[in-house]
Design a protein around this ligand. Structure first.
Ligand SMILES: C[S@@+](CC[C@H](N)C(=O)[O-])C[C@H]1O[C@@H](n2cnc3c(N)ncnc32)[C@H](O)[C@@H]1O
Length: 338
């Protein structure tokens, strides 16, 4: 088994030109922290969407997903430090984490660790399965029976209810990044509300923080989704849209797995860079991108970003200090090493 510190020489895995815009989708076989430090410009990434290992004993093919809690959280702190360096001044960091019903603090422990470096701006709930009772939505919704939809994995327990959601923590440097709520908005059901509420542009309202996004139905796990802990591309797509597509010159996922965020970026025409230590997962990601983009992979080293005005992205020391959370004393994770 390899841990996250067993970093081999960085290997460019592939790079695909975007069909309609300058820029590429680039994959590297590389440790997340090292990739964020070495392969992207400081403050050069506008939107990062990622899901690190959760330390739950998931059977990844290379990474050992069961480490002492303190060691795991210290590593998350190091990842957050690298994200802090890579994220643009007005960038968004979307962090997908979940815990088992028996350890409900785990995602929050992760969020608090990241909160040492970035400000928690929104808490989003990725709902994987849901039940909607006909009696609660009324005849207008057109339901003729109760609806139970989404991915349901039975849990046999007389203590815990089935866990049907995961968190997506939205961090930014100072908690004040402008987001495009209506880009992922929903139509008002009752048109009379359109005139009543401010911000009801185009008859749409904010979707809120509960996002029902089921996995796509697949025939065979081993070929269609050969990864033990992937998220649907639609989750990454929604995060990118919420940040605002027009403000993304470069997107990234430091734990890219089988490339769900990469395919979302490709779909949206966003330059992207992804890292993973596992060549088998990256091979699946590369296959998905081959199929999706239908363009020949570029030979040689992936180029990471279209050129950008670094000065417009650089933050002043005072604004960086403003990003720090206040009111909680914990050992600074800057003293920790990966
Ligand atoms: C939760 S999965 C991410 C899955 C991804 N979101 C997808 O949809 O395919 C975590 C990934 O982190 C990778 N990983 C573990 N340690 C890593 C490290 N130090 N650097 C980069 N990737 C790492 C694992 O190989 C695994 O693919």
């Amino acid at each position: 088994m390899r841990g996250p510190t067993d970093v081999r020489a960085p290997a460019p895995f592939g790079s695909w030109p975007l069909p309609k815009k300058p820029g590429t989708i680039a994959l590297w076989r590389l440790d997340a922290v090292r990739g964020l430090r070495e392969k992207v410009p400081a403050h050069g990434v506008d939107a990062i969407v990622t899901s690190p290992p959760y330390n739950l004993g998931v059977r990844y093919s290379m990474y050992h997903d069961r480490r002492p809690r303190e060691e795991y959280l210290a590593w998350i702190g190091t990842v957050a430090q690298a994200v802090d360096r890579a994220l643009a001044d007005d960038g968004s960091f979307f962090l997908n984490v979940a815990g088992p019903p028996s350890d409900p603090w785990l995602p929050w422990d992760v969020a608090r660790e990241v909160g040492e470096h970035l400000r928690l701006q929104n808490v989003l709930h990725w709902v994987k399965s849901i039940v909607i009772e006909r009696a609660h939505v009324g005849r207008a919704a057109g339901l003729d029976r109760d609806l139970a939809v989404g991915h349901y994995k039975p849990l046999h327990s007389d203590r815990f209810v089935h866990g049907a959601h995961e968190y997506v923590f939205h961090f930014s440097h100072r908690g004040d990044v402008r987001i495009d709520r209506l880009a992922i908005g929903v139509a008002y059901q009752d048109r009379s509300n359109v005139g009543r509420w401010n911000g009801a542009r185009g008859g749409r309202r904010c979707r809120g923080n509960t996002w029902f996004l089921p996995y796509a139905t697949i025939q065979r796990r081993s070929s269609d989704r050969p990864h033990p802990a992937s998220f649907p591309p639609a989750l990454a797509e929604r995060c990118f849209r919420l940040h605002g597509l027009a403000r993304i010159a470069l997107s990234a996922d430091p734990f890219v797995g089988i490339g769900s965020s990469a395919t979302a970026a490709a779909q949206l025409g966003l330059p992207f860079v992804g890292f993973d230590i596992d060549a088998a997962y990256l091979a699946v990601a590369a296959r998905r991108l081959d199929e999706q983009l239908g363009t020949p992979r570029l030979p040689g080293t992936p180029s990471t970003a279209p050129s950008r005005t670094a000065s417009s992205r650089r933050r002043s020391p005072s604004s960086r200090r403003g990003a720090r959370r206040t009111g909680r004393t914990r050992a600074s994770s800057s003293s920790r090493t990966s």
